[in-house]
Design a binder for this molecule. Sequence first.
Ligand code: MN
Length: 196
Amino acid sequence: MTFTLPELPYAPNALEPHLSANTFSFHYNKHHQAYVTNLNNLVKDTPLASASLEDVIKESAKDQSKAGIFNNAAQVWNHTFYWNSMKPNGGGLPSGELAKKIDKDFGSFDAFKEAFKQAGVTQFGSGWAWLVLEGDTLKVTKTPNADLPMVHGQKALLTCDVWEHAYYLDYQNRRPDYVATFLDKLVNWDFAAKNL
Ligand code: MN
């Protein structure tokens, strides 16, 4: 067993009523665990079995024959990053240097929020919305499926999972409501500031 499912940073019911314990029982215990299990099976007895998760992602991203490894490794990383992008009693406003930089690079906090919502809502099919640092500039991006900023020369600060499995039990088809709730009630600005 090389890669393991990291512990959740809070109890599985801690984000209720915005994300239910039922969602966590599927999303964390089934989906995230499955990516870990698949990754371990795919790298078993290969040199990647002893590499760090980040190195597995970067190496497999360069080699189309390793797409299965990339997808599972990146999804392991993305989900861990997503759990940490939220916290109980989250939302509110960023502070300090991050707040200043959001104002500078987006024009205002509201403009950032609008851009992030748009990214989450307009990602066609499965994927992720991100706040990233590219060079010295904050940007909002979206990626399909397992794709992630580290293979595009960007540093991730925050992410929102917009795969249907992230919200369908609680929001059904209302992805815009889920992304808005993520920003208003769940987002962990301390985590984003730490990543800056
Ligand atoms: Mn997910």
